[in-house]
Design a binder for this molecule. Structure first.
Ligand code: ADP
Ligand code: MG
Length: 289
């Protein structure tokens, strides 16, 4: 039988919007030593604003945004959704893309009005159109950059600012007081962006340019030293969430796949709900055992 203290813990956590999927996850949650955080939508608020659009082909800035958004309608990535939202705000009607293929965490390819279109990270788009990554225009940019290619030509970049959630430094300090000894960032984004956004947070490690598979390998390697909690948002983190002792999905906007792979779902889009979640788990465990 599941001790009453554990059941009470599950129900108290739920009141904070922390959905813990059973007594076993509740117990592991109390013992986490290492925390691995995804960047976009986890450490950042995942509602990025467009800062600028750089044109590198025959299209205007508005057209770069139009094609990028049209294709990104097919993606649940927070960056993709922000690009689509920006065109909705401008009252633009988007065509439906054909033959869409998404590479999670990297980008999307498809056809729009008969053109072969690719949208996504700088390296992904460069690889798809068979060009070297043209970083010159972006050098030093600590912002998220989305590139657009059409019919094998690089058409431009959308530069976006995705701010750190407020109170993040305090949150990490509080988590360390609860016994978490190691905190890492694991992102699919570029090194410059990862370093800029985590500056001053005192993380134990910052891992950039990771594919979803490499996030899994990181989780497994960290597990050798103690129980690992992975917090992520979006469909591309589902494998890493499943590989961790505790996978936490930012569930409010998160894709269903990552919520299914998770042991804990934050039903509200607030990373700091980790605190009551862990506190309740630790108290329940002290009482129950
Ligand atoms: P994180 O791991 O920090 O959440 P991701 O791996 O999800 O970051 O994304 C890294 C980068 O890949 C984004 O900053 C963006 O440039 C690009 N990217 C990934 N998927 C898409 C998409 N569907 N549309 C546009 N850009 C994308
Ligand atoms: Mg992500």
């Amino acid at each position: 039988a599941v001790p009453v203290a554990l059941v009470a813990g599950l129900s108290r956590a739920a009141h904070f919007g922390v959905l813990i999927k059973g007594a076993k996850p509740l117990e592991s949650l109390a013992r986490i030593q290492t925390l691995i955080l995804d960047k976009t939508g986890t450490l950042t608020d995942g509602r990025p604003q467009i800062v600028s659009i750089t044109v590198t082909g025959d299209l205007s800035e508005d057209e770069v945004l139009y094609f990028a958004a049209a294709l990104d309608q097919a993606s649940k990535h927070p960056i993709a959704q922000a690009i689509v939202a920006a065109t909705h705000l401008r009252g633009v009607t988007l065509p439906v893309p054909q033959d869409v293929i998404e590479t999670p965490g990297e980008g999307v390819t498809g056809r729009i009005d008969g053109h072969k279109v690719v949208v996504g990270g700088v390296d992904f788009v460069a690889a798809q159109i068979g060009a070297g990554a043209n970083d010159s225009a972006l050098a030093g940019a600590g912002s998220v950059v989305v590139s657009l290619g059409i019919d094998g030509v690089l058409m431009g970049h959308i530069v976006m600012a995705d701010a750190l959630r407020s109170g993040t430094a305090d949150l990490l300090a509080s988590l360390r007081r609860l016994g978490i000894t190691r905190i890492l960032l694991a992102t699919g984004d570029r090194r410059a962006v990862a370093d800029a956004v985590t500056k001053g947070l005192g993380l134990d490690a910052v891992r950039a340019d990771l594919t979803p598979d490499q996030k899994v390998l990181l989780v497994l390697s960290e597990r050798k030293d103690g129980p690992v909690m992975m917090v992520g948002d979006g469909i591309n983190d589902a494998p890493a969430l499943a590989a961790a002792d505790i996978g936490v999905a930012m569930g409010a906007r998160g894709a269903a796949a990552s919520a299914e792979a998770a042991d804990v779902v934050l039903l509200v889009d607030q990373l700091d709900r980790l605190l009551p979640g862990i506190e309740i788990a630790q108290r329940a465990r002290r009482i129950a055992f």
